[in-house]
Design a protein around this ligand. Structure first.
Ligand code: CA
Ligand code: CA
Length: 112
């Protein structure tokens, strides 16, 4: 498989693998979120970018509608933010101040 093929199928497969483990299907509850973050993210930079050490914070960041479950849409948004944060770091565009500013400023109503 080409690299982007892998990235895209991995995102879906990883989400479903953990989300369908317990509780509601296709939703990550807090326990499942802890497992996916602990197992599938190892880079300290990325862990730091989503506050993986503080699960309450991570949940708050990812669970945009605050219903206690992370949907695939919310999961994708988080992955995309992580990619952006890595991109900024790599290209030197990362701003030192207010690292979560970008996410706060995102429009909340992007649903079709
Ligand atoms: Ca679940
Ligand atoms: Ca949610």
């Amino acid at each position: 498989m080409a690299r982007l093929d892998q990235v895209i199928t991995n995102v879906v497969d990883i989400f479903l693998e953990y989300a369908d483990d317990g509780g509601k299907k296709h939703r990550l509850n807090k326990d499942e979120l802890i497992r996916v973050l602990e197992t599938e993210i190892q880079s300290p930079e990325l862990k730091g970018a989503i506050n993986a050490d503080d699960i309450e914070e991570a949940m708050k960041l990812m669970d945009k509608n605050q219903d206690g479950e992370v949907t695939f849409h919310e999961f994708c948004r988080c992955i995309s933010n992580l990619a952006k944060s890595y991109y900024n770091k790599k290209t030197g565009r990362g701003d030192k101040k207010g690292k979560n500013k970008e996410q706060e400023a995102e429009p909340e109503t992007t649903n079709p």
